[in-house]
Ligand binder design. Structure first.
Ligand SMILES: [Fe+2]
Length: 386
């Protein structure tokens, strides 16, 4: 057998088809525990560092089961290829290495159709490596994006595949956990980039919005209403599409709400968030929530969409939605707080175009799962630490 390669999208396909493969991650244990491949379903994964394959080859090879196709993951590609060659020499039959390394998994976007009607189509782009979602809304040969990530080529190719011109791109807030793509998309396509007050004083080149303003396509399609929903950040926005969908950024999540402590002003931002949650709770129960993040695949429906009616979201999060007192809310937030990754301050600077990083630095900053939820992930982290 000869060694062959695969791409991140192949891996997503195998995992979601529940194929019986082994994902062999050959990065060191520290990098592996910081960020690793996740699937909606249980799967076999093993971490044996490529150093071990170099130093104690036979022992390391013996750890790898021979009864499954082996799909190797490493940081950049080279060490996965190296380990793959060793396994092939040892008689393994079906071995492949990930082209471009784990960062390609981190950047992977998976498009899902949320609505495909005569008037407009709405797509959710799931980023499994970040546990985040961005959106595309198409109508009459035009497309608007919401919270695109830095994999700009993906969005431009997607627009092209739908025969659409990019007319607008929106950011729900100044993201702290990933490098946003709106600025670059706007630069490359001439589309307008809209953002809230988070972007004031930055060099992001955004156009500002007002509360309740309506965005439209040139002809027909769905309306997009902008709502000011400060709290996760002071300028957080929510977009209501066709009075049917709520693109909620990190304000309302399917599990939990967006944490308001990322800016280092937890008391002030928590008050904003408290008022926002009270206001948002009055919106129509039948709105379908399309979040900016998720904590785990358990929040997805059977078609692997992250989309849930608002009344069910409120039910799942009644611990938060039932708080009536501002002080109790602040206490609740504080009880759930934990440190944020150091990179977040740098990512904010990148997203405000206040600092320019080279490609390698961008990739380094951008890798890893989000930590935007106020509760669920906190619990998972705490469980890990104990
Ligand atoms: Fe966020």
């Amino acid at each position: 057998m000869t060694l062959s390669s695969y791409e991140a999208k192949d891996l997503f396909q195998w995992l979601t088809n529940k194929e019986d493969i082994l994902v062999l991650d050959v990065r060191n244990q520290k990098d592996f525990s910081r960020f690793q491949v996740e699937s909606p379903y249980p799967f076999n994964m093993q971490n044996v560092s490529y150093y071990d394959f170099m130093e104690i080859e036979d022992e390391s090879v013996a750890k790898v089961p021979r009864d499954k196709p082996v799909r190797i993951v490493c940081a950049k590609e080279g060490s996965a290829k190296y380990v793959g060659e060793i396994l092939v020499e040892h008689g393994f039959e079906d071995v492949r290495y990930l082209t471009g390394g784990i960062k390609t998994w981190g950047n992977l976007l998976v498009p899902k159709t949320i609505h495909d009607g005569d008037n407009y189509s709405l797509f959710q782009f799931i980023r499994p490596g970040k546990a985040s979602c961005s959106y595309g809304l198409c109508s009459g040969g035009e497309i608007m994006f919401f919270d695109p990530s830095r994999n700009v080529d993906f969005y431009l190719d997607f627009a092209k595949s739908k025969g659409c011109k990019v007319i607008k791109t929106f950011e729900t807030h100044l993201q702290a956990d990933y490098i946003a793509g709106s600025r670059q998309i706007a630069e490359q396509t001439g589309a307008d980039f809209f953002g809230g007050v988070d972007f004031e004083g930055t060099k992001a080149g955004h156009k500002s919005v007002t509360d309740n303003e309506i965005h439209t396509f040139s002809q027909g399609g769905s309306d997009v209403k902008v709502l000011f929903t400060p709290g996760h950040t002071p300028g957080s926005l929510t977009f209501i599409v066709d009075d049917t969908y709520m693109i909620s950024g990190d304000t309302v999540l399917i599990q939990s709400i967006g944490r308001p402590d990322l800016g280092g002003q937890v008391d002030q931002w928590a008050v904003l968030l408290f008022n926002t949650i009270r206001k948002v709770a009055q919106l129509d129960d039948s709105l379908l929530v399309l979040p900016g993040h998720y904590s785990s695949w358990s929040e997805a429906d059977k078609d692997l969409h992250f989309c849930l009616p608002f009344n069910q979201v409120k039910e799942r999060n009644k611990e938060v939605f039932s708080i009536r007192d501002e002080k109790d809310f602040i206490q609740y937030i504080k009880d759930n707080m934990r440190a944020q990754p150091e990179e977040y301050a740098l990512i904010r600077l990148a997203n405000g175009n206040m600092e320019q990083y080279d490609l390698e630095k961008q990739e380094e900053l951008d890798l890893g799962k989000n930590e935007c939820a106020a509760t669920a992930y906190a619990k998972a982290q705490a469980a890990k630490e104990n």
